[in-house]
Design a protein around this ligand. Sequence first.
Ligand code: X8Z
Ligand code: ZN
Length: 607
Amino acid sequence: MDTVMPHPSSLALLVASLLTGCNASEPNSTESKPTPSDQIHAAEQSLSQLSEEAARAQWIYANFITDDTATLASDVGRAFSEKAVEYASLASTLETAELTPIEQRKRDLLLRALTLPAPVDSDKSQRLAELSTELGGLYGKGRYCITPEQCLSQPQLSSLMATSRDPDLLKEIWTGWREIAKPMRPLFAEQVTLANEGAQALGYQDVGELWRSKYDMAPDAFPVELDRLWGQVEPLYEALHCYVRGELGENYGADVVPQDSPIPAHLLGNMWAQQWGHIYPLVAPDDLPGPGYDLTELLAEHDFDEIKMVRQAEQFFTSLGFEPLPDTFWQRSLFVEPEDRDVVCHASAWNLDNRDDIRIKMCIRRNGEDFKVIHHELGHNIYQRAYKDQPFLFKDSANDGFHEAIGDVISLSITPSYLKQIGLIDQVPPAESDIGLLLRQALDKVAFLPFGLMIDQWRWQVFSGEISADRYNQAWWDLRQKYQGVAAPVARTEADFDPGAKYHVPGSVPYTRYFLAHILQFQMFEALCEEAGYEGPIHRCSLYGSEAAGTKLNRMLEMGLSQPWPQALEVVTGNPEMSGQSLLNYFAPLHQWLDEQNRASGRQCGW
Ligand code: X8Z
Ligand code: ZN
């Protein structure tokens, strides 16, 4: 959602669209022509000043969705995007031989900073801005009414998906939520056409190629790299899928969960079947010694309200040596879903002034899932604050997967020993319970992998025209089946627009970042555990209290986007390559156990 509704955790990308023709460097001024170096510098200064205004307009809209705030956000978005395109064009003409290496990197960043570039035609540019704002608003305002009196918001519906075991109710909620997306379809199709026009004017084949160009490698090499990573972890996913389908079949019956077909998507405890942790009690064998506690229940028993949950997460970061969050964080964040207005509830982290005005915006539910999401969001904030002294164009993560990984590295540390240290449990469960803990973790982290991959596989093909507008939904479910092995529980048609029911599609937030984050977080976690002096099975490690790990992590965070990502990764892991091996190490005992279970039950895996 960058140009109009910037993804807040990558503010630099958003505000790259704020580049203005600052007087000293007007591109078409003929007298005393500024040097390329001056132009980069002027652009950066200008950006830095204007970013605050942009972020505030977006913050207000996302916290108070009305026609008026939509118009204001859209106007600001349009202005940004037009300027960004103007400056990206300028950057492409700059004589690179005259630039220092740092300036060359900044020039390259200007060229690829946008997410949805505005077309040159001003009517079209205005329309693109309106479309992006409207799509974001449709998602934020989305409700499903289970009775005429009871209309539920997205977080409320997600709670039901997590806790209900009634397949009919689950199916109703699953289908009902997707009604919000139907009106998005023509708007989305128009957005694709206009943004592609903008991307082509900048020399990209389409928006997908622009998105793939942001990883310090040729855009064509990036999908190959993704295939390599997915190939490493795919066998583990297939073993988990096989096991879960078998157990769900035992629970719901083979008529509801056929054992040779994809799993019906409404039975996995999550609106999008992207993380399956909520069905742990359903799929864990009765005789498996599990964790012996449930994080949601622990939080309730210890009177954790929304603020206390955030305080506890903050305390994890301070235990690593990071500064406490500023007072303004507590005064200005949104923690609780307001009853009297529409907000974008999907959790996000913001930096409003590119310095210390960091905030989160989240409709926190008092459960274990949101406790982890809070750590995820604070990871964004801590990163933003760590790179605040970088020049403006380097105020971002090494690549977008890094931004998404940091808070998750911390929440991997929410182990039994950590919960004991902070007084939530009295005893650390014995080693025999590790399989239960790992299963619980894999249902979230391993199940997510193909979902993290397929969303942009779909979008890249949409942008390239390979998927035309009359096949949006069919192609979506083809990819859901291919990667995840899940299927819609009711027949879908092209009157539906199921991709629109996932926040990041109407929000125009690229999604491959989350796949990368799920690989990277295990690499970083493994390396930081070693730095902390931890010895033992990696899934039992907690970084809590390790200033050594915090110091090393911070060294990478403060680099921001100043170096290509392999150099940043090397600072923490000693290895400049992404690898699924750490994730495999973490889950190795579970992988073996899943294979044994599947073999013993004579299950036919695959779909
Ligand atoms: O969108 C998010 C974060 C905000 S950046 C809450 N996540 C993805 C999602 O919810 O779909 C985190 C994991 C995946
Ligand atoms: Zn995030």
